[in-house]
Design a protein around this ligand. Sequence first.
Ligand code: NAD
Length: 480
Amino acid sequence: MKQIDNYINGSYIPPVSGNYLENFEPATGKPYSQVADSGPNDVEQAYQAASVAFPSWSKTSLEERFLIMNRIAEGIERRMELLAVAESIDNGKPVSLARRMDIPRAAANFRFFATAAMQFASESHEMPGTAINYTLRQPIGVVGCISPWNLPLYLFTWKIAPAIATGNTVIAKPSEMTPMTAYLLGEICTEAGLPAGVLNIVQGLGPSAGQAIVSHPGIKAISFTGGTSTGAHIAATAAPVFKKLSLELGGKNAFIVFEDSDFDRVVSEAVRASFSNQGQICLCGSRIIVQESIFEKFTAAFVEKVQQLRIGDPQDENTQIGALVSEAHFHKVSSYIALAQSEGGKILTGGNSVKLSGRCTDGWFLEPTVITGLSQNCRTNQEEIFGPVVTIQSFKDEAEALVLTNDTRYGLATSLWTRDLSRTHRMSAAIQSGIIWVNCWLLRDLRTPFGGVKDSGVGREGGWEAMRFFTEAKNVCIAY
Ligand code: NAD
């Protein structure tokens, strides 16, 4: 069985405790690797390596950082197939999705922030006749990056790339459920010439390895993506010691369909937004709200398309719906289907677990599920399910659409479908979410701010926002 060790100071090393966790393949329900069960001692080793590497890396020229990060991007691209298969085995996602989305975007993250390192500039402000101020943006030091299991390499590199581009050294922890692509990244970084200690990858559980990163006194900033309750715990640990925090948390995103939208396009995009990666993308539209006048027509067309989705072995090129990430998550999502029924919801399609034949008989597969007939204030419409389960509700007019959209504790992303330009502007200003996609979903320009409002998080990733997060601004005021 493959052993997944920590990557510290440029080498793979076993955890100090010698203990490993079982890592399961969701499609088969069987363990396929062992992951280092790290704790405070491993984080301390990583911290020592990162501290030693910092003085030199923070003074490495921008061009040298750019060249190394570009070589990391190339290394990811050269191993596209290996990484896509690894991510699919780890996560249960269709290999075609990993190859099309996750792995290319991981390479794009390094390429984008390599370029950003070369272009990043700070400001100067003149006080006429009196003084000139300039802003020095300096790396913070050793920073922590903690990421979830749903888009493993993509979200891991989305944090690491801006952190090293700005001259920090990093201790990064992937999810214990999807350690494989992060593990492979170590070797890619070594090959690309990233100096030892600049990136250290500590594997293991949240409460032990993750908590040790968050509470380490020398780690001055934490960039975290994961669940809202974990985010609250991290904030409670880090705030009293004044760590800089970026928290990208959960969502309960509305997908709003007005009667004037392009019908065929909105139906297919609603299917993609609901069920990509088995609904396990924080940005998935899990609440579809449709204007009354086209509710019946939309629902019938949507359900028909959902029923055509092919559920199967994630390694099969034709599979569109793979397995849920873990047995516990499978049971959690299934429990929400039961809850929806007890709350009066009607299942229009799906609702059952799927028993596949062959190597996937014991995998954690669930039918894409569409539920209607629920009120906005029920738990099914308020809580993040994070699986292949969507609800459909109707609305009369713009005002009601807005109320339904904003009526949750979350505020991550909204997808709005209409051809009315004035309505687009009005609603975009009034919708409480960090991202609003109009007539599209999951279209990403890496320069734009990324993140949520309300309980979906604080801070922004992407573009200059990330470069600013990973630097400390110092004002120098020079009198004439
Ligand atoms: P999670 O919060 O359980 O875990 C996320 C990471 O935090 C993992 O690496 C985990 O080991 C670690 N962790 C857990 N407890 C910790 C602790 N006490 N201290 C430090 N680290 C700890 O989340 P998950 O189940 O892996 O991911 C799913 C969640 O992530 C969903 O809520 C989803 O919406 C959210 N998510 C948000 C975004 C976004 O950009 N807003 C993107 C992807 C996923």
